[in-house]
Write a protein that binds this ligand. Structure first.
Ligand SMILES: N=CN[C@@H](CCC(=O)O)C(=O)O
Ligand SMILES: [Zn+2]
Length: 415
């Protein structure tokens, strides 16, 4: 059994505040405690308060604890990444070069590369190879302060490989310190063998894949995009998933404005992702429905596109979360700290909003807000100590990994 941990003299950003997805002014309330302390024991945060408060209740037990003097440095909840494609085979650096020469992401995909290329490499990879590649990526997430990660299937697009990806996630969740939250995304593209018979693939997915995926996944995601899945096909897939208990998510309005944000609101999706080209009507509909906007500024940068209108969304009452979108094509990164920086630089989120988007709201986007995303008594002891003295500095000194130590369920896993 791990020793208790007493972190003291920290600038605590607890993120304690309004329950449920936060938008507007609520996204700036970080629940700051100056000269703060945490007591971590049995995997849980046992107490949060000022160092003086905790000295009264726990001071007598300091001899049995690992005592960490943060000396005024920033301590936050473990970061949550609510949108990744972390389990995949192979690599696509050749396409990166092609795109720099002017070929577009969709041109590459429509010519059989992109998602299709990773599909072939993922189908070919053994379960062991997939596990090893993905485990290394999770290690890198942890080093960047991320303690909970959502992961999608969607590089199989046949029953066997989709299940292989979900099984790998199940094993990683059990064996790696990071909590990995599984999403089924058989509707990531139409595989070549169904070209010209797209509706048959949708039927196949609904009849054969969803019933099996339901045992392994919590969410059901669709790439609703021109030349991928239409809003009508996406709706059918998401409604069918609901009948199996899978909560909808949507890759929406990434390349063109396609009604994805509106559809997310209509089907009651927990979140809509990307939203680079979301319409004003779509944004209004999401605000009214309480759909979280999961924004991916590293993807926009990597595709050399304008980022989503994060500032406008928050001001219009949409709760915003951010994510790496870690995938081999449009965002091969694990750096949530960089994503927070980019949320400020390219979407004009404030430093406080960017932190809320990467912690509490990100937890809401994968329905984990009761367990992670804020430093509160009774929650999982997922904590990051940063080598900075304010949350503003965390966002200001950009492109740097400021993580000094990470605890996952009360155990030190980094630093
Ligand atoms: N846009 C669709 N899916 C992924 C990219 C997947 C890939 O290119 O392999 C995304 O979220 O960016
Ligand atoms: Zn994605």
């Amino acid at each position: 059994m791990a020793k208790p941990v007493w972190i003291k003299h920290a600038l605590l950003a607890t993120l304690k505040g309004q329950a449920g997805p936060r938008s507007g002014a609520a996204m700036s309330e970080l629940g700051i405690i100056e000269d703060g302390s945490l007591w971590l024991e049995d995997g849980i945060i046992q107490a949060v308060g000022t160092t003086d408060d905790l000295a009264l209740t726990y001071g007598g037990r300091s001899g049995e604890a690992e005592v960490v003097d943060a000396a005024g440095r920033l301590v936050t909840p473990g970061l949550v990444d609510p949108h990744t494609h972390v389990v995949y085979g192979g690599s696509r650096e050749g396409e990166f070069e092609k795109r720099l020469q002017g070929v577009s992401y969709m041109e590459i995909m429509n010519a059989g590369g992109g998602i299709h290329a990773t599909m072939r490499m993922t189908r070919e990879a053994s379960e062991e190879e997939l596990y090893d590649q993905s485990r290394k990526r999770l290690d890198a997430f942890l080093v960047h302060g991320v303690t909970t990660v959502e992961g999608k299937s969607g590089y199989g697009m046949d029953l066997e490989t989709e299940m292989k990806q979900l099984e790998v996630m199940k094993r990683l969740n059990a064996e790696h310190p990071i909590d990995l939250v599984p999403t089924f995304m058989g509707a990531h593209a139409v595989p070549a063998e169904y070209k010209g018979r797209e509706d048959e693939y949708v039927d196949h997915l609904i009849e054969k894949m969803l019933p099996k995926a339901a045992g392994l996944a919590e969410f059901n995601d669709v790439f609703c995009e021109r030349n991928v899945f239409t809003p009508e096909q996406s709706e059918r897939i998401l409604e069918a998933g609901k009948r199996y208990g899978l909560t909808p998510k949507i890759h929406a309005d990434e390349i063109v404005s396609y009604g994805g944000a509106e559809l997310a609101a209509k089907v009651g999706a927990i979140s809509a992702e990307h939203l680079l080209k979301a319409s004003d009507e779509g944004i209004e509909a999401m605000a009214a429905a309480g759909t979280i906007a999961c924004l991916l500024p590293a993807t926009a940068l990597y595709l050399r596109e304008e980022a989503a209108e994060g500032r406008k969304m928050i001001d219009r009452g949409v709760a915003v979360a951010v994510s790496t979108d870690c995938n081999p094509g449009s965002s091969p990164t694990v750096s949530m700290p960089l994503v927070m920086n980019l949320a400020c630089i390219s979407m004009r989120l404030t430093p406080a909003e960017a932190l809320a988007a990467a912690t509490y709201n990100a937890a809401c986007a994968i329905n984990r807000q009761d367990r992670v995303g804020s430093l509160e008594t009774g929650k999982g002891a997922d904590v990051v100590l940063w080598g900075v003295h304010s949350y503003q500095e965390l966002q200001y000194l950009f492109g740097v990994n400021h993580v000094e130590s990470v605890w996952k369920n009360g155990e030190r896993v980094v630093g």
